[in-house]
Ligand binder design. Structure first.
Ligand code: C2E
Ligand code: MG
Ligand code: MG
Length: 623
């Protein structure tokens, strides 16, 4: 396959060739008129004009962005013929003029021939198929002409012409080598020897044009190594580089010849292949290839004294006719790859409409969320927490977003997006301020709670200045007595953070009177040793465990153990998501301290919570 850059290069030479043929060609008509070969010169020029018109047509039919691979190859083949035609015509005019008696004309013809050869060696150096035949077609008649003169000086000139031919061929070949080398460097990645990102995107664009033309399907595999950074960080970049080379070997060994593979950067590789008339067959082949690669990549690597193991996450996107945006498909494969990462890595996932919709939804949320705050669409609901005696002694503040465009967006959906975009800092501040105001209002209205829980995102918690921000808000909104009721809920993701820094912030806030609860306990990665180091006051048994209570003996044993362990560590316990009397009874029996769930109440708007607590008090008084 000829490189497209060379196609573009030749494309730019066409007008030069046309101009170089038509303008000096006119001089030959004039000479022909002077020396009674007017008609042959005109005939020759007419053929040159037709060739030039063909050249202009070829020039105009070239469009790098939309041409398919096959059409481009056909175009190039025609260009090669065009070039031959031009130079054969120059050789022809030489043969016509050199046969005439006028000696001056001979000089002109000879110089034209040499000039044309020099032009061919410089303009056509990009391709051996172009410069070699043309230089030979021009120079061999010249050498033969000198030989036929039969004088000693002409033999010398024949020798010089032979040397010149060799020099021109050599010069063109050197330029050609340099061009090929530069092009190789510009299109390949130095470490892996694979194509680089830029080349791959160009290639993919051409593939998509071809698929569009043939109505076929192809695939794209985006391969990202799992935890490659750890290898680099712990064993050094040398080992990392050699591991990457090992990975490349496996990729090349396991991919079909028609596949094109490139390194996108770092530990990311991309493959395109397949031409299927059926989309399903294409998907099956893509999955099969991806699975084979996963197995091949997982076999241990020996790098120096180390035996290394690495797995990969592969995102697949299917290329089909009808869409020709290469970057879009790479993005889809990227999204599918991230889906594999989110599902625990070491796997493959095909981009589909469901993730497309989710990603679109996420983008919409990302776009609208900043306005939600300023337009007052973000509110808080409060879910009652009940003690063992059935009294409402606490509440958890839960954020709500009602968007005029999107409707009610659950916090599970928009909080993670706010964390990614950094908006959580502003959102978190708004939540804290609203919660503190509510607590203060309720205090004013005679509603006293023993604890008031607010969820704190880790991104917000670890943000520099969080403790100072809380302190400032407390000073503005709450009496010291009320601060003692505050409980900040954090999640087990703390263990993935700088744990000493987290403990430091927790201690600063505890000094103000705030207590801490470990939310969703049992779903994350925290070990008991971490749990013991954190200055916690409360542990919330995750809803998933409570939900499973009915089914399984081992789940019941697990919840019992969590509650026991919490009491040994001196932590209060709250069970989340208590929905049924049976769950409630079980948790009561095993010593759970507090209960939160639909069994008692769903999260309520502020006023509804106030009414609920009044009704509850009235009901209790009546007993
Ligand atoms: P979480 O902190 O574990 O909150 C408990 C979730 O369980 C709430 O969902 C609550 O409505 C739901 N729930 C309570 N009882 C029951 C029950 O009996 N059955 C069922 N099926 N669900 C019950 P919600 O409000 O959708 O919140 C989901 C998660 O979003 C929260 O989990 C928390 O991680 C996050 N979140 C909510 N509000 C905030 C907030 O203000 N800040 C931050 N950073 N995160 C928040
Ligand atoms: Mg919570
Ligand atoms: Mg929870």
């Amino acid at each position: 396959m000829q490189d497209t850059r060379f196609h573009e290069f030749l494309h730019r030479q066409i007008p030069v060739l046309v101009a170089l043929s038509l303008v000096p060609g006119l001089a030959y008509i004039f000479l022909g008129w002077l020396h009674a070969v007017f008609m042959p010169a005109v005939a020759w020029y007419l053929i040159m004009l037709v060739t030039a018109a063909w050249g202009i047509r070829l020039y105009r039919s070239f469009d790098a962005a939309t041409m398919s691979e096959t059409r481009r190859e056909q175009w190039y083949a025609q260009c090669v013929r065009l070039v031959y035609a031009f130079f054969v015509l120059w050789a022809l005019i030489f043969l016509i003029y050199v046969r005439l008696d006028a000696y001056k004309l001979h000089y002109i013809a000879i110089f034209t021939e040499i000039g044309a050869s020099v032009v061919a060696s410089s303009l056509l150096a990009s391709d051996k198929r172009l410069f070699r035949p043309t230089i030979l077609v021009l120079m061999i008649p010249l050498i033969v002409y000198f030989m036929l003169v039969g004088e000693w000086y002409a033999y010398v000139l024949a020798l010089f012409s032979t040397i010149l031919t060799w020099v021109l061929l050599y010069a063109a070949q050197s330029t050609n080598n340099l061009l090929t080398q530069t092009r190789h460097q510009a299109t390949h990645d130095a470490l892996s020897g694979l194509f680089n990102r830029q080349y791959f995107i160009e290639h993919l664009q051409r593939r998509m044009n071809s698929l569009n033309e043939s109505g076929e399907h192809g695939y794209l595999l985006l391969i990202d190594l799992d935890h490659f950074k750890t290898v680099n960080d712990t064993l050094g970049h040398d080992v990392g580089d050699r591991l990457l080379q090992g990975v490349v070997e496996r990729l090349l060994d396991n991919l079909a010849d028609h596949c094109v593979v490139a390194r996108l950067g770092g530990d990311e590789f991309i493959v395109t292949g397949g031409s299927f008339s059926e989309r399903d067959a294409c998907e099956a082949e893509a999955l099969e290839t991806a699975r084979q690669l996963l197995v091949a990549l997982k076999t241990p690597y020996v790098v120096g004294a180390h035996q290394l193991h690495i797995s990969a996450s592969i995102g697949v996107s299917l290329l089909g006719p009808g869409d020709s945006n290469a970057n879009r498909f790479i993005k889809e494969a990227d999204i599918a790859m991230y889906e594999v990462k989110a599902r625990g890595r070491d796997g493959v996932f095909v981009f589909d409409e469901a993730i497309a919709r989710r990603v679109e939804g996420d983008l919409e949320i990302e776009r609208l969320l900043p306005f939600a705050l300023s337009r007052g669409e973000i509110t808080l609901h409060y879910q009652p927490q009940v003690d063992r005696a059935g009294r409402i002694i606490g509440a958890e503040a839960l954020v709500r977003w009602t968007s005029p465009t999107l409707g009610v967006v659950p916090p599970d959906r928009f909080v993670p997006i706010a964390e990614q975009t950094g908006l959580i800092i502003e959102l978190g501040r708004h939540i804290l301020e609203t919660a503190f105001r509510t607590l203060d209002d309720w205090h004013g209205a005679g509603i006293t709670l023993q604890q008031f829980s607010v969820n704190i995102s880790m991104r917000q918690f670890t943000h520099p200045g969080f403790a100072a921000q809380v302190e400032e808000l407390l000073r503005r909104h709450l009496d010291p007595a009320l601060i003692q009721t505050l409980m900040f809920e954090i999640t087990e993701t703390v263990v993935t953070e700088d744990i000493d820094g987290v403990i430091q912030t927790m201690l600063e806030l505890k000094a103000l009177g705030i207590r801490f609860s470990m939310d969703d306990f049992g779903t994350g990665y925290s070990s008991l040793s971490h749990l013991n180091r954190l200055p916690l006051d409360e542990l919330k048994v995750d809803r998933a465990f409570v939900l499973a209570l009915g089914d399984d003996e081992s789940d019941r044993a697990l919840v019992g153990t969590i509650l026991n362990m919490a009491s040994l560590l001196g932590l209060n316990t709250v069970a989340e998501g208590v929905e049924t009397a049976a769950q409630y009874a079980f948790l009561m029996h095993h010593g759970c301290g507090m209960f939160q769930g639909y069994f008692h109440s769903k999260p309520l708007a502020k006023e509804a919570f106030e009414l609920f607590i009044q009704d509850h008090a009235t009901a209790r008084d009546a007993i």
